[in-house]
Design a protein around this ligand. Structure first.
Ligand code: 6GU
Length: 227
């Protein structure tokens, strides 16, 4: 999978070199390129935003600069993800869908967001015909200063689903076995008694059928608590 991220704060993406994602890039399962939006600004101050038509607070990011940054990345078969608190809320199902993509482009807006025409433009039939799909995505119902952290969250959730990226593929298999896909049963390790709290008895015996039943029931209890 190829990932491009466009941002005015490339440093936000340095954690992607760590841990499993760093290794996945070394193994060439994944290739992540971060682009500085300011490099595409042609004015003296390298500014990327302007005042909103219609008035109001804040600044809006220029469609011209975004167009220059995005055009070279809009290759055949690409998912363009525009990060905005007004987007569809990201969840595990969406992560699964994006994990099947060959090219993700994350457009990280700051200020009051990106001029709305950018998403409209790349949704035109000419781009649809090239298998370019535009998605407006939010990571939850709260407002962040920009899309960078949201993109990081999405990249972590999506890339761990790519075969070979996760260190232990059994973890993925177990996740997909349980009904909710990701709401797991509680886990314990040694010691069997910690500060007076004992590990549930059933886990200490070797009855795997009984353990599976107990875990399924516990996952249900957890799911109900989350509702
Ligand atoms: Cl994608 N962007 C911003 N600015 N705030 C958010 C968000 C995105 N998702 C949730 N809040």
């Amino acid at each position: 999978m190829k990932i491009d991220a466009i941002t005015i704060f490339p440093e936000y993406f340095s954690p992607l070199q760590l841990s499993l994602l760093g290794k996945a890039q070394e193994k060439e399962l994944l290739s992540i390129t971060v682009h500085n939006l300011r490099d595409f600004s042609t004015n003296n101050h390298h500014s990327v935003d302007d005042t909103p038509y219609g008035g109001g607070a804040g600044m809006v990011m220029s469609p011209e600069i975004w167009g220059s940054a995005l055009d070279p990345l809009m290759l055949e078969d690409t998912d363009l993800i525009i990060l905005t608190p007004a987007g569809k809320v990201f969840d595990q199902q969406m992560a699964q869908e994006f994990a099947g993509s060959s090219h993700l482009v994350f457009a990280c807006g700051r200020y009051e967001g990106i001029d709305y025409r950018v998403g409209e433009y790349y949704s035109h039939p000419q781009f649809v015909a090239q298998s370019i799909r535009v998605h407006e995505v939010s990571i939850g119902n709260y407002v962040l200063g920009g899309g960078e952290v949201a993109a990081l969250v999405m990249i972590e959730a999506i890339t761990r689903l790519i075969p070979g990226v996760l260190g232990n593929p059994e973890s993925l298999a177990e996740e997909s076995h349980n009904e909710e896909g990701f709401l797991e049963y509680p886990n314990y390790t040694k010691p069997a008694n910690w500060r007076g709290i004992a590990v549930p008895e059933v886990l200490l015996g070797g009855n795997h059928a009984l353990i599976a039943t107990w875990r399924a029931a516990q996952a249900q209890v957890r799911a109900q608590k989350c509702d």
